[in-house]
Design a binder for this molecule. Structure first.
Ligand code: ATP
Ligand code: MG
Length: 337
């Protein structure tokens, strides 16, 4: 039994080969502060966000694709794995993704959380490689492929060829950072205090990083920063898009940096095939356009972009045997346990 696992900052996704079971849930957990009892995970815990009493804590224990609160990540992984693993007779092998830039300690923490479930083996794959497989690109040939995986906590940018990374960069300003900027902006400019979930919904509904639609608007509900009372207002897309422009520039600059470091032969391949965008944030309005305008290279948004990484981890399970026996020298997987 093999499990593909994408433990994202905002969403956890699991796929398993010998059943229909799949998980696609917010990577959030709610617990009682008094006795540390777990109250809810996933969708159920997300619904409690910002609406709990003093006794209940709701946290996203992963940040930027790495572990911020290890005990809680362990709980989360165990609950989700138990849901997909209908049989405990055979211990599963797990292929999990990790950001391109990660420390040894962070890597060990992720492996530790997964191993706590009782697994036969853990194999890691860089997020960008998984995203490439998941979006249907072949990175095992001598041909350059460029992926930009855009999530809530990280943007993973990579140029790959022959199963390996040629150039890569990970930045930690992504979807969540945009939400934070929206919160700050709305408070500063309109005196309205809004929560994270509201900011995120507004971003997904109307924000754009290129030519926002003047006619699009969104109703924000929050608290008046002076009077402290509930207030609602309608904000338009041009206004809200201003709030995220610094972040989109940071992302754009990182993509340009990677292109500048890419060897000319691979650059030719990228020019021919285009840049592939994956991850939930790839759906943000104007993202494709912004990158195309500034790089002059065609940009494709993968089909079901948010699913690409877990789908790619799943496709990479075919390399497990080779990785275990350390036979092949071209293997995208790292065996760690
Ligand atoms: N339609 C949409 N428009 C704009 N943004 C979107 C849309 N759908 C999802 N997002 C954003 O995508 C992000 C979540 O993407 P994803 O699920 O790929 O992240 P993740 O894998 O959990 O995070 P990471 O890979 O950074 O650890 C969130 O910031 C979310 O607001
Ligand atoms: Mg992700």
């Amino acid at each position: 039994m093999d499990i593909a696992l994408d433990l994202g900052t905002a969403n956890a996704r699991l796929r398993i080969n010998d059943s229909e079971n799949a998980i696609d849930q917010p990577s959030v957990i709610a617990y009682n502060k008094d006795n540390n009892e777990i109250l809810a995970v996933g969708e159920e815990a997300y619904a409690m966000l910002g609406k709990t009493s003093a006794k209940i804590n709701v946290v996203f224990p992963l940040e930027g694709g790495v572990i911020a609160e290890s005990g809680l990540v362990e709980e989360l992984v165990n609950i989700f794995m138990a849901e997909v693993c209908t049989s405990r007779v055979v211990m599963p092998r797990v292929v999990a993704c990790i950001p391109g830039e990660i420390t040894e300690v962070e890597k060990r923490a992720i492996v530790g959380a997964i191993s706590s479930f009782g697994v036969r083996r853990v194999l890691l794959i860089e997020t960008a490689k998984a995203a490439a497989f998941g979006s249907g690109r072949d990175i095992m040939t001598p041909h350059g492929t460029m992926i930009v995986d855009m999530g809530a906590g990280t943007i993973d940018i990579a140029v790959m060829s022959l199963g390996g990374m040629s150039v890569s960069k990970t930045i930690k300003t992504a979807g969540n950072a945009m939400d934070e900027e929206i919160i700050k902006y709305v408070r500063r400019k309109h005196g309205l205090i809004i929560g994270k979930a509201m900011a995120r919904s507004c971003k997904e509904a109307i924000a754009s990083v290129c030519d926002p639609d003047e006619n699009a608007s969104f109703r924000l509900k929050g608290r008046d920063s002076l009077r402290g009372l509930p207030r609602a207002m309608v904000i338009n897309a041009v206004d809200i898009s201003e709030a995220i422009s610094d972040i989109s520039n940071t992302i754009l600059n990182a993509v340009v940096d990677v292109l500048e470091d890419t060897p000319p032969e691979l650059l030719g391949d990228i020019q021919m095939d285009g840049i592939m965008l994956t991850g939930g944030l790839a759906q943000l309005s104007g993202m494709k356009q912004l990158l195309e305008n500034e790089t002059g290279i065609t940009v494709h948004i993968a089909r079901d972009p948010a699913d690409c990484v877990v789908a790619g981890c799943f496709k990479a399970t075919r390399f497990i045997e080779e990785a275990e026996s350390q036979r092949a020298n071209l293997n995208p997987l790292m065996t760690v346990y």
